[in-house]
Structures are given as C-alpha cells and as structure tokens.
Ligand binder design. Structure first.
Ligand SMILES: Nc1ncnc2c1ncn2[C@@H]1O[C@H](COP(=O)(O)OP(=O)(O)O)[C@@H](O)[C@H]1O
Ligand SMILES: [Mg+2]
Length: 225
C-alpha cells in the first residue's frame, strides 16, 4: 500500500472548479514537488490530504485512512503522522527555539524525557542544535523557518506537507531550505512540497507534478534530461 492515494478527486468552491478529476499516488519515502501558478489549487490539494476538507468527488487515502470513511475522532491520529509547514510559519515570539518545537508535544501529554529526546533530534536534523535557547528575534529568517521545520518533524511524521515553504525567503535561503527537505527525505520522510517558484527546483532530480486548470499533469522527473 502506498502512503498516499488520490483517486479522481474533484473540488469546487461554488462556481469555481479548483480540482477536476485529479489522481496521484505517493510512495513511502518519495519526494514530490507540486508546481502550479498562484490560484491553481495547490493549497486546496494540501488541505484535502490533511483532511481539513473533503473532496466533492473521488477519494483521498492517507496511510489507509480514506476521506470517505475516516471518523472525526480518528483525524488527530492521522495528523500526528503528517508534518505541516507553511509559508506563513508562525513561531511563538516569547518562546525559544526549543520551546517552539516542544509546544505541541506538551499539549498531547508526551512524557518529559521523550519530549527532550524528540525535540533535540528534530533541532539537530535541521542543523539548529546549537540554537535551541535562541528566541525567534535572534534568528535569521531561514533559521526561523528551520525551527518551524523542526516543529513539523517532531512527531517523526511519515509525510511532510510543505506549502510554499520558501515563499517569503530570499532565493538562496529558499534553496537551503529545499536542500534540507532533501536531507529529511533521505532519512525516510516522504515530502510533498508545493511551490509556484520553478527556479527553486530546476536543478533538482525530483518527481514533479503540475497543476493547471484543475488538472494534474506532467508527472515527470526534473533535471533528468
Ligand atoms: N475556502 C475557499 N473558498 C472559496 N474559494 C477558495 C477557497 N480556497 C481557495 N479558493 C480559491 O480556489 C483557487 C485555488 O486556491 P489555492 O488552492 O489556494 O491555490 P494555490 O495554493 O495554488 O495558490 C483560488 O482561486 C482561490 O481563490
Ligand atoms: Mg497556496
């Protein structure tokens, strides 16, 4: 069974058909880049995968949880397996890097020792082990984004959903973040990254899918020619 299966999904907002009969499959450990212009439906697709919304037609299956059958009380368990990272990543300003990453774990009642272990590992994974006590204002934009990435990784998700994660960053910083995603991916986490910035990935050998006019096209590997 693959990690994510999307079968013939359509989604509209009133008169606007955003997704029109889309199918996509992502395997464990894969890295897929979802491209498409602003307004093409990338975020909508991400929300369907995170089960924040349901498709009008078709089915989304994540780790065996189907959008047609999942119960409301099963959604938190599913979401613990998915890390999310958005362009507008908000860190708590009055909390250190460590506290920002550990916050969600305290909420779910994870034992203290386990919290320490996971937070340390997540910060190390993003190369910020030495900045654990820094406040957001003491970190650069790229470093803040890496704290947000550590927060997304702290539950050791099997899938990372990154929606325009480099949107507010300089191109070089954005490329650094993208390389970090690749490292995260080498360590076994599947990544679905949405971006309208094709320049960011032009030299990367990754699977690409493209959204335009509601359709998903061009399931191609970039940089392979
Ligand atoms: N909740 C909503 N209600 C109405 N229209 C929406 C809603 N969410 C998104 N849209 C519209 O759907 C289209 C796709 O949006 P979105 O998925 O955010 O695209 P992208 O992430 O590729 O920029 C846009 O035209 C947007 O205005
Ligand atoms: Mg979007």
């Amino acid at each position: 069974m693959s990690l994510l299966q999307i079968y013939n999904v359509s989604k509209r907002y009133e008169a606007l058909a955003v997704l029109d009969d889309i199918s996509l499959e992502i395997d464990r450990g894969e890295f897929v880049c979802l491209t498409g212009r602003t307004g093409s439906g990338k975020s909508t697709l991400m929300r369907l995968i995170y089960m924040e919304e349901r498709p009008d037609r078709g089915q989304v299956i994540v780790e065996g949880y189907s959008s047609e059958r999942i119960r409301r009380r099963e959604i938190p368990a599913l979401r613990r397996k998915i890390g999310v990272l958005f362009q507008d990543f908000k860190l708590l300003r009055e909390r250190t890097a460590y506290e920002n990453v550990s916050f969600a774990l305290h909420v779910t009642g994870t034992p203290r020792r386990e919290v320490r272990k996971r937070v340390t590992r997540a910060l190390t994974r993003v190369g910020l082990g030495h900045k654990r006590d820094a406040f957001p204002r003491e970190l650069s934009g790229g470093e803040q984004q890496r704290v947000a990435l550590a927060r997304a990784l702290v539950n050791e998700p099997i899938l990372l959903l990154a929606d325009e994660p480099t949107g507010n960053l300089d191109i070089e910083v954005g490329q650094g973040i993208t390389e970090l995603f690749q490292q995260v991916n080498y360590q076994g986490t599947a990544v679905l990254m949405a971006t309208h910035n094709l320049g960011l990935i032009e030299n990367m050998r990754i699977r690409r899918v493209h959204l335009a006019d509601g359709r998903l096209t061009g399931d191609i590997e970039s940089g392979s020619e």
